[in-house]
Design a protein around this ligand. Structure first.
Ligand SMILES: [Zn+2]
Length: 123
């Protein structure tokens, strides 16, 4: 039996096909498989959140602290994440913002891919 694609499923980030089906979950996060290119992906593929161990909410919260306090060491003290880690998240978010700016709205945000809730603009 062939499963019907669910309208809530995100389009494939690699080929853009909409025939995507759920493909179980890993570490509590939903994964999908594309029926066109047969590649699987998670909600954060192609975003700065890809392969991060912390949740998008935690990363967004930490980056907000950096913006409010204006320093990595203050954010390290408040959030408990190393300043090297926070710096990496910041650079990833900045690169993503630059790419999104130069490509218009061509990039799909993690927050649009189901299950991920974070302030718009960070992801
Ligand atoms: Zn595909």
């Amino acid at each position: 039996m062939v499963r019907k694609p669910c309208p809530d499923n995100p389009p494939c980030p690699r080929c853009g096909a909409t025939h995507v089906v759920k493909n179980g979950s890993k570490n509590g996060r939903q994964r999908w498989v594309c029926r066109t290119c047969n590649r699987s992906f998670g909600a954060t593929f192609g975003t700065p959140m890809y392969r991060l161990r912390n949740t998008p909410t935690e990363v967004a919260r930490t980056l907000l602290v950096v913006m409010r306090r204006g320093s990595l060491s203050a954010a390290e003290e408040i959030t408990g994440h190393k300043h090297e880690t926070i710096g990496r998240w910041l650079r990833a978010a900045a690169q993503h913002a630059e790419r999104a700016k130069s490509q218009g709205d061509g990039l799909v945000c993690a927050s649009q891919r189901g299950g991920v809730r974070a302030p718009v603009g960070l992801l």
